[in-house]
Design a protein around this ligand. Structure first.
Ligand code: ATP
Length: 377
């Protein structure tokens, strides 16, 4: 995407742009006890793109927990390094101590050395467009040692050094997320390096966490398509199309709130069907059969099954799932049914016949339930 400069805040207006997007950060000028504080990462990138507010990440060349405490925040003593969360002007902010990282072996979590300067902190980051900082002081200048601004303008994702994907292959998944979201290209050397990325060195948890973030993007399907193109995941046309249909379904009633979109798109793209396959193959002929099949399935399984052709699930969701009896177990007990399995048997049979339109009204429900409860006693 060339010509981003049109949308980008002019660098000269950095202070004004910052104040417009994050007026609350003004308060930090005097609160850090003289230690330099920087806005970093996605918030800087999005500010320069003119995209408005993003999550605020701050780096302090000093003790993050001290600044967090001064702001009245919650200080999280992380196993490996101290970070803090605080509220400022009604927004949550993350604060970290500037740190340098080294990777003991490919794909492993990095060893962290705190109390580095901002330059070292930026040098550990994934792409140039995410490796910029703005010092929170009067008349700030963009700190951009890796020329991220140029790449932002040219629409390019560029790693900071040639071992980047080896150190942390999840960056390849992050590349797909940014490429899809911003419609950016891989800079040619980065594309070469990425082709050798080996996700096998990363734990499944870390890999899935990044894939889930990708699945939450508006352009998730395009992102998964890129990962397949880059040889990082298997994604045949069937899964790709399914992921698209799932994303579409979750924007329509009655599917809108059935499952979190990211989990459903993730499951579609990675082929984690669960019970969806069984539900998609089923052809229940009665509402009670549909309910028996679908009850107990998770929201993600339901959406996947619907996207794979189980149209009967529309009525399950819109009508049958909500059907309730007018009586409950206490009514049966009051009518003389002993506590225990007979109560459940009676209620289940009454519900089945109500669902299938064989009975209506409380009296008929009671008669059917008592009869069924009596059977096998
Ligand atoms: P989003 O806009 O999706 O929230 P973000 O850029 O804020 O994206 P985060 O995952 O919240 O991304 O990370 C914040 C910053 O931390 C990134 O901008 C990047 O500078 C850095 N970062 C995160 N993960 C990595 C990683 N695996 N390797 C290197 N740097 C990373």
């Amino acid at each position: 995407m060339v010509g981003m400069a049109m949308a980008m805040e002019r660098i000269d207006d950095l202070e004004a742009a910052l104040r417009r997007a994050y007026p609350e950060l003004d308060a930090l000028h005097d609160l850090a006890g003289g230690k330099p504080v920087y806005l970093v990462g996605g918030a800087v990138r999005d500010l320069l793109l003119g995209r408005g507010r993003a999550d605020i990440d701050l780096v302090v060349e000093g003790d993050a927990t001290a600044l967090g405490t001064r702001l009245g925040g919650v200080v999280v003593e992380h196993e490996r390094f101290a970070t803090a969360k605080a509220q400022l002007g009604g927004h949550e902010i993350d604060i970290a101590t500037a740190r340098a990282e080294t990777y003991p072996r490919p794909g492993a979590l990095p060893e962290v050395e705190p109390t580095a300067g901002i330059a070292a902190d930026l040098a550990r980051r994934d792409f140039t467009i995410n490796a910029m900082a703005i010092p929170l002081r009067r008349d700030p200048e963009l700190i951009d040692p890796h020329r991220g601004f140029e790449d932002l303008d040219a629409g390019l994702l560029r790693v900071l050094h040639s071992r980047s994907f080896e150190d942390d292959p999840t960056r390849a998944l992050r590349a797909a997320r940014y490429a899809a979201r911003f419609d950016f290209e891989l800079e040619p050397d980065t594309a070469d390096l990425l082709r050798h990325a080996d996700l096998g060195t990363v734990s499944t948890d870390r890999r899935d966490a990044e894939l889930l973030r990708l699945a939450g993007e508006t352009e998730a399907v395009r992102g998964f398509g890129l990962l397949a193109e880059w040889g990082l995941i298997e994604l045949g046309p069937e899964r790709r199309e399914l992921a698209g249909r799932v994303a579409g379904l979750l924007m329509e009633s009655p599917w809108l709130e059935v499952a979190p979109r990211d989990r459903a798109v993730f499951a579609a793209a990675t082929g984690q069907w669960g019970r969806a396959e069984e539900l998609a193959a089923a052809r229940p002929s009665l509402p009670s059969e549909a309910v028996a099949l679908a009850r107990g399935a998770g929201g993600v399984e339901l959406v996947l099954a619907r996207a794979r052709g189980a149209e009967w699930l529309d009525r399950y969701l819109g009508e049958w799932r909500e059907v309730r009896l007018e009586l409950d177990g206490d009514d049966l007990i009051a009518a003389g049914v002993p506590q225990g399995p007979a109560v459940g048997r009676g209620l289940a049979e009454a519900l089945r016949r109500k669902l299938d339109g064989e009975i209506g009204g409380r009296d008929e429900e009671l008669a059917v339930a008592l009869e069924a409860a009596g059977e096998g006693r």
